[in-house]
Design a protein around this ligand. Structure first.
Ligand code: PLP
Length: 454
């Protein structure tokens, strides 16, 4: 029997694939068959699709090279893993094994860090909302509490009186670093004197030890100069604490914010070619601190709370083609089995996407849709890919940061996460969600428990 060929109405379109355009060359169609030596096909077969995959080797490499960038330039450096970037316990444990402290921004993240075996003194508690219970827990575990606003400061003072404890605290400082809009909603402002006023209030209360100063000037920051400005202003405050208030500052925490090599939507050139390296940031920050006027033996400990830059390129999302579809204007589109609820960062990045099997030489410009019944569910508005059939797989690159914490159970459930260890062994570190899991917290009133279908 002869099989009938599929017929598609012909259309005429400008040929522009493979050429250099204002966004550079496009070579995304290159096939990627494995992650750290484990084939995409075997991973999808064993753990399902879509599937998040993390590379332990890459996480450790990123961490060690970031530590090296700072430690080769400055004597006292400590990293604290930003939990909200990826708080899967297996991931946090890799960072803690490497020597990283924990940086948390909520009571639940704080408790997660304790459960991961981090000692209280090595937990940095940031964020604008800390409940009384959270603060009491942090006080009694001798954690570093970073005060965000005056109301929190007054609450802390009364809790300290009540508990008769003198916790180690820092204040969060915000400032103009030449990058706009300024993140002035967190912490106390440097330029208008609010930060200095908070410092004097903490010290004059006599109820806390002001041991540090903290800032986190933004995220995916492309300006190394902004960190130079931040380091200079923080140093100036620290030196004034010592000279004016006789309160030496033990550490300066410059937060996170270093970019990964993802390409921001609308960017003219790909991230890999434009984003400054951790070495570039380290050079500016450490040079500023070393020249700020501290006596050598009084140089503060430098704390960094990097998230994104340490894990983004260690994460992949494997997915499958659901269907091919021709749009009314002639463009080709693909419906994938993962949407923006799973890949939240596709709202900010043009994620690189590779086919995972042999493909034809013919590359076409396609729109990549997710499976949600929602118009905003677009993974890439325009990407060059070879023809693919339902069931074919793709690899989405650099998805390790913020997706496995911001993903939403919406229409579809959250997929499994696998970690490939340094011996190329895949480990399931989070199961795919099930209907049973999803309904566990639900409670139906008795009169609604056995509704007959009409
Ligand atoms: C989110 C966050 C970080 C990590 O930021 P990245 O941009 O991912 O490096 C660090 N510190 C604080 C206070 C944060 O809120």
């Amino acid at each position: 029997m002869t099989q009938k060929l599929k017929y598609e109405r012909p259309f005429i379109k400008k040929m522009n694939t493979g050429l250099m355009n204002k966004f550079g060359t496009q070579n995304e169609a290159e096939t990627v068959r494995d992650i750290n030596g484990v084939t995409v096909k075997s991973l999808v077969k064993e753990f399902g699709s879509p599937l998040f995959v993390l590379s332990e080797q890459q996480i450790r490499r990123n961490y060690r090279s970031a530590v090296r960038a700072f430690k080769t330039r400055y004597p006292k450096v400590q990293f604290a893993w930003s939990y909200k970037t990826n708080y899967l316990n297996a991931v946090c444990s890799i960072f803690h094994q490497e020597g990283s402290w924990a940086e948390v921004v909520s009571g639940f993240e704080y408790r997660k860090a304790l459960n991961n075996g981090v000692t209280g003194e090595h937990i940095i508690f940031n964020g604008p909302q800390k409940s009384t219970d959270d603060l009491l827990l942090a006080i009694n575990n001798n954690s570093l509490i970073h005060i965000d606003h005056f109301d929190e400061l007054y609450t802390l003072i009364s809790l300290c009186e009540e508990q008769n404890k003198k916790p180690r605290v820092a204040i969060r400082v915000n400032m103009d670093t030449g990058v706009y809009p300024v993140w002035d909603r967190f912490g106390f402002n440097y330029e208008n004197g609010q930060a200095w006023s908070a410092i004097t209030k903490v010290i004059n209360s006599g109820k806390m030890q002001l041991v540090g100063l903290h800032c986190h000037i933004g995220t995916f920051m492309l300006s190394t100069a902004a960190y130079g400005i931040a380091a200079a202003k923080m140093s100036e405050l620290a030196i004034q604490c010592k000279t004016v208030l006789n309160n030496p500052i033990e550490y300066l925490d410059l937060g996170g914010g270093f970019p990964s090599t993802n390409t921001l939507k609308g960017a003219y050139l790909p991230g890999v070619d434009t984003v400054p390296s951790v070495d570039d940031f380290a050079e500016v920050i450490t040079t500023t601190l070393l020249n700020a006027g501290f006596k050598h033996e009084e140089l503060p400990l430098l704390i960094l709370e990097s998230g994104r830059v340490l894990i983004d390129d260690a994460g992949y999302l494997l997915g499958s083609v659901v269907a091919n579809k021709r749009l009314s204007d002639g463009r080709r589109s693909l419906i994938m089995d993962f949407g923006i609820n799973t890949l939240f960062t596709s709202l900010w990045y043009d994620h690189k996407i590779s086919p995972a099997q042999d493909a034809s030489q013919h590359i076409d410009n396609v729109v990549l849709y997710g499976p949600l019944c929602m118009n905003i569910d677009v993974i890439r508005e325009s990407v060059n890919l070879p023809a693919m059939e339902p069931g074919d797989n793709v690899v989405v690159h650099k998805v390790g940061a913020y997706n496995m914490t911001q993903w939403m159970q919406f229409i579809s459930m959250r997929p499994a996460v696998v970690l490939i260890d340094e011996n190329r062994q895949p480990h399931l570190i989070r199961k795919a969600e099930t209907l049973e899991y999803l309904e566990m917290p639900e409670v139906s009133p008795v009169h609604l428990q056995q509704v007959k279908t009409v």
